[in-house]
Design a protein around this ligand. Structure first.
Ligand code: SAM
Length: 272
């Protein structure tokens, strides 16, 4: 039982878990198996894992992958991993996964600390990878998959779906972790779209639009003109595409069309 093993490690090393580091350990072997199955992990894979914790997922990855890089911020945990395991193909890297440079990998499998969900995901989308199987807070995962026009559709949904295909593999209750988190979770599969289908959006424009996501496009742009360093009077006499739509109804391609239109008029420059 993973729960018994967890309790014995916590007591052996007198380790107090840190809520601030999202230390909620996964104690259900079937979920670890599912993550590995969905990740299609094989001996040709180089896996990046963020936050190995007490090594339960890492250990299973090490048995099946060629190499595992495990980035962990908590030095106390790294000491425990070094004493408890004798992995030959795991390299533990001490540091903050959002800040440090990553080694080369082709897949990511992680039970993420939820406080880094957003910066970690945006950093991941800037690298090449085959697939990522990641545990997120359920509410965050629902925003990742939300479709244009739906209640949960946000800047996050748009930016992710412009570059990747994303789906919720399974929802996971609080009881699958120790200590129990306050929120439900979801295992998510993320795959980059083929290069010719990816839409790289102007982040400044997306931020400006989504400051007013319930407003009509034209009005949202005028009200956020200052974010783009524009004079809102410039926008008054031009008809921006999709100006009869509300911001939260725009697809990534429609935002790209607006971007091209504004660039064509010399109103915005290259990505900010
Ligand atoms: N993988 C383990 C499991 O499934 O039981 C632990 C997952 S726990 C949700 C998150 C882990 O990420 C903890 O070990 C925590 O110390 C680590 N962590 C928190 N913030 C981090 C960061 N910025 N960079 C790297 N690791 C981090």
């Amino acid at each position: 039982m993973l729960k018994d093993r967890l309790f014995s490690l916590l007591s052996k090393y007198n380790l107090r878990v840190k809520d601030s580091l999202g230390q909620n350990f996964l104690i259900v072997p079937d979920i670890i198996e599912k993550a590995i199955e969905v990740g299609e992990v094989s001996e040709r894979d180089i896996i990046l894992e963020v936050g190995p914790g007490l090594g339960f997922l890492t250990d299973e990855l090490a048995k099946r992958a060629r190499k595992v890089y495990a980035i962990e911020v908590d030095k106390r945990i790294i000491e425990i991993l070094k004493k408890e395991y004798n992995w030959k193909n795991v390299e533990i890297i001490q540091g903050d996964a959002v800040k440090i440079e990553w080694p080369e990998f082709n897949k990511v499998i992680s039970n993420l600390p939820y406080q880094i969900s957003s910066p970690f995901t945006f950093k991941l989308l800037k690298t090449e990878f085959e697939r990522a199987v990641l545990m997120y807070q359920l509410e965050f995962a629902q925003r990742m998959i939300a479709k244009p026009g739906s209640r949960n559709y946000s800047r996050l949904s748009l930016m992710i779906q412009a570059l990747a295909d994303v789906k919720i593999v399974m929802k996971i209750g609080k009881g699958a972790f120790y200590p129990r988190p306050k929120v439900d979770s979801a295992l998510v599969l993320l795959k980059l779209k083929p290069k010719n289908e990816r839409i790289y959006l102007h982040e400044g424009l997306v931020n400006a639009l989504f400051q007013h996501k319930r407003k009509l496009v034209g009005k949202a742009l005028r009200e956020s003109a200052y974010i783009l360093g524009m004079d809102k009077r410039v926008l008054k006499n031009i008809k921006v595409p999709y100006s009869n739509k509300r911001v939260y109804q725009l697809t990534p391609q429609e935002v790209k069309d607006i971007e091209e239109f504004l660039k064509g008029k010399g109103i915005i420059g290259e990505n900010s």
